[in-house]
Design a protein around this ligand. Sequence first.
Ligand code: ATP
Ligand code: MG
Ligand code: MG
Ligand code: MG
Length: 480
Amino acid sequence: MKAAEIRQTFLKFFESKGHTIVPSSPVVPGDDPTLLFTNAGMNQFKDVFLGFDKRPYTRATTAQKCIRAGGKHNDLENVGYTARHHTFFEMLGNFSFGDYFKRDALKYAWELLTEHFKLPKDKLWATVYAEDDEAYDIWVKEIGLPAERVVRIGDNKGARYASDNFWMMGDTGPCGPCSEIFYDHGPEVAGGPPGSPDADGDRYIEIWNNVFMQFNRTEDGQMHPLPKPSVDTGMGLERIAAVLQGVHSNYEIDLFVNLLAAAKQAVDVAGAKDCDPASPSLKVIADHIRACSFTVADGVIPGNEGRGYVLRRICRRAIRHGYKLGARAPFFHRLVPALVKEMGEAYPELRQQQERITDVLKQEEERFFQTIANGMEILESALATLAQAGKSELDGETAFKLHDTYGFPLDLTADVCRERGVTVDAAGFDAAMARQREQARAAGKFKMAQGLEYAGVPTTFHGYDKLVHEQCQVVAVYVD
Ligand code: ATP
Ligand code: MG
Ligand code: MG
Ligand code: MG
């Protein structure tokens, strides 16, 4: 089953269960300042869950464009390292707004997976929130999943980043206990079952999360019961496609095979000369072209703060991986036609804006290609010095210089370093940035004083935006 067909089967199944098919919302959330990018299908229904908004339906189903490259739910560092994480992916979801709850949600999921997608039952596992006896009993007693494949998992609710089985959209907002469904890709893939110490491998892959929305978490950390218990589910289209297409990695599904081929061709033309088709760098590029194109299509342009900076970081990361393969000229924007071919039908905004997306990405590439060679030379020589000295941490000064002079976002430097088993002194980076900011402030005051004297009128020093990295939440600091 091709990805497009899976998407349709999912939506039609839930439509047959009384759900209204609702279009995806943009990757840029309209009016939610707590969110950098849309990170789940439920985002567009947040106010419905909270009881502030009403819809003409109590059941909905969507295929939602999601980006997880900043803020909570940040998977940027995982791309290229796991078989299942993307910066951009599609989340298939069904939602109940005070209509059905746990029992129906889990039964619908089971029916779709085993009767329509025809997954072998013995390959499926489920997790439930540790104290959720109700969900546990539905799995074991009603659905008939053997108890040894239903795992209770706790949470760390109080922490900023709650973990498995208590799902939160962000630091605030709707949340609740959840039950996740896993697929066992078989013993030839490394990794242990959910809840085990080596659960982080790619053998047992989480395909579907059923969240039982019951609370609104406010800034003070309090959990307030929602007006009505509701359901929010999310299944990664690429992950279920891998299962249904009998492959172990998301990058082997139909859609990615074509994007990977386009990536290889583009870097080869730009100087990579027949690069290895299995290179993880090609996967990073194929992943990132989706995140970048969809973000541009929804109105973001690369810049130095907020969403624009996240976009810039993803672009530059892709470019660096092309450079690593040997590309010495812009190549990234050349993947846009292949993406439009793969996804333009489901997402017409790509087709409509193909030219614009290409231009925006090309400009960003041309800009970065001017400095990447010099930056890489500096980084390589710093890494060589470290290796000679038997050290494994890059100093913050060098990382800052790369950022400030050569436009290397910190995560890009860290990505290169990680490939060599080297970490980056992030505190040293922050200190170097703070010092430079201080100097700029002093210079700004000086300039302003000069301006006043010279022109005889107040002069505003617009300064420049400076970036502070903090879990990839980018904050603009204005020098005044
Ligand atoms: P994981 O534990 O694998 O990181 P998650 O628990 O963070 O996934 P959820 O927030 O529960 O994911 O999202 C619901 C579903 O969306 C997941 O079950 C998975 O199928 C899919 N999904 C989540 N993150 C990604 C991603 N980065 N790339 C592709 N699919 C994803
Ligand atoms: Mg995750
Ligand atoms: Mg998970
Ligand atoms: Mg999950």
